[in-house]
Write a protein that binds this ligand. Structure first.
Ligand code: ZN
Length: 228
């Protein structure tokens, strides 16, 4: 230790991906392997309100008035949170930024701290395949066994392989139209962010239709390239 001021090199990642792309699973794996901390906007707000920090008290007043918490307040909460010791190995941001205005504010905050976005990772899915994957799901109401019309059908139509039950349950929001709408909404909301991080040279696109460990290996590759 020479006592010199060293730059803050804790990585800051953003994971982008539509519902069903496995974002939560990959974030947990990154936490376990690298000691990263995932920071989701909802958790950050709740924790700041519970801790009664200045920004947390402000957020509480805004929410109690039925209003949306402003970007400034979220940035203030994030500023406090990033300074905590457990964030020293790196963080994964979840749910923030959602707009390019927020992305710019985040860049400013990170620059104050000598940090930057190391990688904005977009988990890329094939929309049509995603609709097939999600919309074909059903479960046995008797024993909870999961099935899929194409990938894991029951041996005899409508009869559970495990318990012989015939009460099959399909979630209303797992139908093809709803899944397609969710994906379209995701793309519409995320496109400006993808463009933003692409223009900054921070975007990495990772195909996310394969097995979990394959996707995880590709994320590891992205991280090692970013660290180099
Ligand atoms: Zn069953």
């Amino acid at each position: 230790m020479d006592g010199a001021q060293t730059p803050n090199t804790a990585p800051v990642l953003i994971l982008l991906g539509p519902p069903g792309a496995g974002k939560g699973t990959q974030a947990r794996l990154l936490e376990e392997k690298n000691g990263f901390v995932q920071l989701s906007t909802g958790d950050l707000l709740r924790a700041a309100v519970a801790a009664g920090t200045a920004a947390g008290r402000e957020a509480k007043a805004v929410m109690e008035a039925g209003n949306l918490v402003s970007d400034d307040i979220v940035i203030a909460i994030l500023r406090d949170r990033l300074a905590a010791p457990d964030c020293a190995h790196g963080v994964i941001l979840d749910g923030f930024p959602r707009t390019t205005v927020q992305a710019e504010a985040l860049d400013t905050l990170l620059a104050e701290r000598g940090q930057k976005i190391d990688a904005a990772i977009s988990l890329e899915v094939d929309d049509a395949a995603m609709v097939d994957r999600i919309s074909g799901r059903f479960t046995c109401g008797g024993c909870g066994e999961g099935y899929h019309d194409s990938f894991k059908p029951t041996a005899r139509p409508g009869i559970c392989d495990t318990c012989g039950g015939t009460d099959m349950i399909r979630r209303a929001d797992d139908n093809a139209e709803t899944v397609a709408q969710r994906l379209a909404a995701y793309h519409a909301q995320t496109a400006p962010l993808i463009d933003y991080y692409q223009s900054k040279g921070a975007l990495s696109r990772v195909p996310a239709m394969g097995p979990i460990d394959e996707i995880a290996a590709q994320l590891d590759t992205v991280l090692s390239q970013r660290a180099a």
